[in-house]
Design a protein around this ligand. Structure first.
Ligand SMILES: *Cc1c(COP(=O)(O)O)cnc(C)c1O
Length: 475
């Protein structure tokens, strides 16, 4: 399968190239040239299959025949062997026609594990085949970094450096990054904010000499393979509720729009999905854009659902590309306007086509707390603050369409945000048993000034040691 850039001025590339590509050279994001489709009969067959077998069918259709079947099978098996639930992503009923899809049974308790672990397996296999070695650098506000450190720990082909804002993430998030014993993964605490960390990473990628010397690679949410991995649970959950014979709707707590875009991919492949509810917290740029067609930055506020405290939702560009009938010139014009004036308007026909499939809802901080409390009291079910944003939006959306089953995506385990859950419900969720000793394990962290040279020196030192160790094995 070939992949084209949303901005139309970069060469089309294969799936395995998207693993390492990051942004296209024209600044765009890669999407498949065409959407593969699965027949109704084929989708109906998924009802008897395990998560792994469904993943093989769905991902296989999206990738084409570029990877050997056994490479894909092995990457899937390895990725999901570490999950703590036999269904991998189980569905729980919360109310009449209201379901929660639990995506947090992976090692770091957030849905990022679902995609990051598969990406790591596919990347390792590709690098191994090509005899290459890469240095992954990324910035995190918590969940992406812990998933990346877990997924790439012990990789023979990738060193990982994750920058996070010193003293500004939760203790569970920090310990998930600092207690790994694998020598190829490194947590770097930067004396600064998340934005400072992101600027440092951007600066390193723009420092071409450094970038080439260390073969820098990224694993952030624009990575196409991460979206591919997330398409699978839309199929497994919808089929569990009767698809393809009856449609379902999804509510997705959204930040960078990667998760909900994966849902659109499932729909394009033939899964009957009635509506997507895009749920935001108080950082509601997406809900506003869907309401009035104006995508406009307004400043980020800190909330109890920090993984959704995002102002520029990078994967929204992929939706725009679709809504503009895949016209890259229209996407370029919108993105130029965003860069120059902090916003753009979505033309009426494109907005109409988006609204035909998506609704936007904002859940305020107070509403999220009330939903956490109410759900505990009524159903004895603990929601993490991100999932609470989704469940609140899902309940409001259901008032308009009570008959279609609604699946709200649960993106984090409540124990990952124990203080917020305790404040809302009076209950302090316990860490799953495999993480019980997390709070007493030895931490390993490098604290650095907010200074690109200092970070580059550190990475060069650590990654070089690793390269020279790996060199004899490469022959
Ligand atoms: C990353 C994240 C989100 C947002 O997902 P996007 O794909 O960026 O929209 C929501 N909830 C949690 C817990 C996350 O870690």
């Amino acid at each position: 399968m070939l992949h084209v850039s949303t901005r139309g001025a970069a060469p089309a590339i294969n799936f395995t190239d998207t693993l390492l590509a990051g942004l296209a050279r024209d600044g765009g994001l890669y999407v498949p040239q065409t959407w593969p489709s699965l027949s109704k009969a084929r989708i109906a067959e998924f009802s008897g299959l395990s998560y792994a077998r469904t993943a093989e069918a769905v991902i296989g259709a999206l990738i084409g025949d570029e990877l050997p079947q056994r490479t894909l099978t092995r990457a899937i098996e390895t990725a999901y062997a570490a999950f703590r639930h036999p269904a991998i992503c189980p569905l729980t009923q919360l109310g009449d026609n209201l379901f929660v899809l639990e995506l947090f049974h992976g090692p770091t308790l957030a849905f990022k594990d679902v995609a990051m672990r598969l990406l790591a397996g596919l990347m390792d296999a590709t690098l191994e085949a090509e005899g290459r070695h890469v240095t992954i650098v990324g910035a995190t506000s918590g969940d992406t970094g812990s998933a990346a450190i877990d997924a790439f720990a012990g990789s023979r082909r990738a060193d990982v450096f994750i920058l996070y804002p010193h003293r500004r993430i939760s203790e569970v998030q920090r310990r998930q990054m600092t207690t790994s014993t694998a020598p190829n993964v490194h947590a770097i605490a930067v004396e600064g904010t998340f934005d400072d960390c992101q600027a440092l990473v951007k600066g390193m990628f723009n420092h071409h000499d450094f970038r080439d010397r260390l073969s820098l690679a990224g694993v952030n949410s624009i990575n196409w393979a991460r979206i591919v991995a997330q398409v699978v649970y839309y199929f497994t959950s919808a089929v569990a509720l009767g698809a393809p014979h009856r449609p379902v709707s999804f509510t997705v707590p959204t930040g960078n729009f990667g998760n909900v875009f994966a849902g659109l991919v499932a729909k394009r492949m033939g899964l009957p999905i009635s509506r997507f509810v895009v749920a935001t917290n108080d950082n509601d740029i997406l809900a506003r854009a869907l309401a009035d067609g104006r995508y406009e930055k307004a400043g980020v506020v800190a909330t109890a659902s920090p993984s959704m405290d995002i102002e520029v939702s990078s994967n929204f560009e992929r939706l725009l590309f679709e809504a503009h009938g895949r016209d890259p010139a229209a996407v370029r014009a919108a993105m130029d306007s965003l860069a120059q004036s902090g916003g753009f308007s979505i033309p009426a026909p494109s907005l109409g086509s988006i609204r035909a499939e998506f609704d936007g809802y904002r859940t305020t901080a107070g509403e999220a707390v009330a939903t956490m409390r109410k759900t505990w009291e009524r159903a004895r079910y603990l929601l993490d603050p991100h999932t609470a944003v989704a469940v609140n939006a899902a309940e409001r959306a259901q008032e308009r369409d009570p008959r279609t089953p609604m699946i709200a995506l649960a993106t984090a385990h409540p124990a990952k945000f124990p203080d917020a859950v305790h404040a809302a419900t009076g209950i302090r969720p316990e860490l799953p048993s495999h993480l019980a000793e997390l709070m007493t394990r030895k931490e390993r962290v490098i604290v650095l000034r907010n200074d690109r040279q200092a970070v580059e020196d550190c990475i060069e030192r650590e990654a070089r040691a690793r390269t020279s160790l790996a060199a004899p094995a490469q022959g």
